[in-house]
Design a protein around this ligand. Structure first.
Ligand code: FE2
Length: 237
């Protein structure tokens, strides 16, 4: 475990709950952005500033998770907090900082006693709990630790909800799973086999939430899935 930055130590919790209130979560979210801006900046590996994307992605997932949660009997504030903070570990830059954002977020939230958010920080990156380290581009040391922690976790509805919502935001757009997976393939120059689990899991999650809602979740959210990227010609077994 590496040292946490001062802004984490300086954060004062309002109570002992394992999940922050929305105002507390917003305060942490803003502090994380300010820290990254100051220490790393938001240029990605292509030299593109992704600060607005990060803001759109995390706030969008929070609001979308809350909207779905309210319809399926989950706590919508908790869902929003989870969405807003699932990528909290990006207060450091994965490429320049050299650490897997899921584990960085997990460690920070564990330190704060926000165990429920810590869990989401980790689970959102792993559609398969028993994942293959080779399929991830993150540092091996972090992945081995992540794998061990994940082995002792049981995924719940919030984990599935954030995994699903994470597949609906690409760049500055809200999209369907096809477009999102295609975007990930493009951005990291990955072959389809590498993202196949993500695609299959996303499709299964969509079916799960369609059934929970009793209607097509894309209609509910106003999403038109662009059938562009993955290409139906790819073998999806
Ligand atoms: Fe995310």
């Amino acid at each position: 475990m590496s040292t946490l930055p001062d802004f984490i130590f300086a954060f004062k919790k309002n109570n002992a709950a394992p999940c922050p209130s929305l105002p507390e979560a917003e305060q942490l979210w803003q502090a994380g952005i300010a820290y990254r801006q100051q220490h790393f900046g938001f240029l990605d590996n292509r030299g593109v500033d992704i600060k607005d994307e990060y803001i759109f992605h995390t706030t969008g997932i929070g609001k979308t998770a809350a909207k779905i949660a309210a319809q399926i009997g989950l706590n919508s504030e908790k869902a929003q907090v989870m969405g807003l903070l699932h990528d909290f570990g990006k207060y450091q830059d994965e490429f320049r900082g050299g650490r897997f954002h899921g584990l960085v977020g997990y460690e920070a939230m564990k330190h704060l006693g926000f165990d429920e958010v810590a869990k989401t920080c980790l689970t959102h990156s792993f559609p398969k709990q028993d994942f293959d380290i080779k399929n991830y581009r993150f540092p091996e040391a972090d992945m081995l630790v992540a794998k061990e922690i994940l082995n002792n976790m049981v995924y719940d509805e919030y984990d599935y909800l954030i995994q699903f919502c994470d597949l609906l935001f690409e760049g500055l757009n809200m999209v369907g799973i096809n477009a999102r997976v295609a975007g990930i393939m493009r951005r990291y120059n990955l072959p389809f086999e590498k993202v196949q689990t993500l695609y299959k899991n996303g499709t299964a999650l969509k079916q799960y939430f369609d059934a929970k809602l009793g209607k097509d979740i894309y209609d509910f959210l106003g999403i038109k899935d662009e059938d562009t990227l993955v290409g139906r010609s790819q073998t999806i077994s």
